[in-house]
Design a binder for this molecule. Structure first.
Ligand code: CA
Length: 207
């Protein structure tokens, strides 16, 4: 009688274990976290199928800044310190490797009191579009104190408007001829014959 009841309980227990195993197997297909819960800080015991780097990313997504991963080999704890130089983790890498198997349960250590905000995308990398600040634009050159501004357009005739007769060839530019032309009475009076066609513009041929 008593033995039968025990047997019944044993069957239930075995059934529960089987159900857990099936559940874990189903979980294993969906998530690299095969068993356990990643803590936000302190210790956690998990079975992870994948690399330690991926585990660190997953942990960061859960609010854990992963400090180290510990596993036992031959009854001895061997640690992998995340982010440490290769030589620090050489023992772990040579005996376990950086890719964990679901069959191996590892101990996680999340940084205490430095809970990181769960990142929406754990693989977020610095934006490639962010560029270092470019050279600051150089200050616009200031006019040196000694530099005199270009003189305003002069309206002073090069010659005496009422002096000796002039021709277009006496002027370097049309503007110079025009000034004298107007000073001498142009366009009403073309004293020097600078506007033979009478359109009011002296010496069109000049530059
Ligand atoms: Ca003319």
């Amino acid at each position: 009688m008593g033995q039968r009841r025990l047997a019944g309980l044993g069957a239930i227990a075995i059934g529960a274990v089987l159900a857990m195993a099936v559940g874990l197997a189903a979980q294993a297909q969906e998530s690299p976290l095969v068993m356990g819960v990643i803590p936000t800080e302190g210790l956690g015991l998990v079975a992870w199928e994948g690399t330690i780097d991926d585990l660190a990313i997953e942990a960061a997504g859960d609010g854990c800044r992963l400090e180290s991963v510990w596993a036992t080999v031959g009854g001895q704890f061997i640690g992998y310190t995340v982010g440490a130089p290769d030589f620090v983790n050489a023992n772990f890498e040579s005996r376990i490797g950086t890719t964990l198997r679901a069959s191996r349960t590892v101990l996680l250590v999340c940084a205490e009191g430095e809970r990181v905000a769960p990142a929406p995308t754990a693989t977020a990398t610095p934006s490639p579009t962010s560029q270092p600040p470019g050279p600051t634009p150089t200050a616009s050159p200031t006019r040196s104190p000694g530099a005199t501004p270009a003189p305003p357009f002069s309206t002073t005739p090069l010659y005496d408007p009422f002096g000796p007769d002039l021709s277009c060839s006496d002027f370097p530019t049309q503007a110079d001829a025009q000034i004298l032309f107007e000073a001498a009475g142009g366009p009403g009076v073309d004293r020097h014959g600078l506007d033979p066609d009478g359109d009011g513009i002296a010496c069109e041929e000049l530059p």
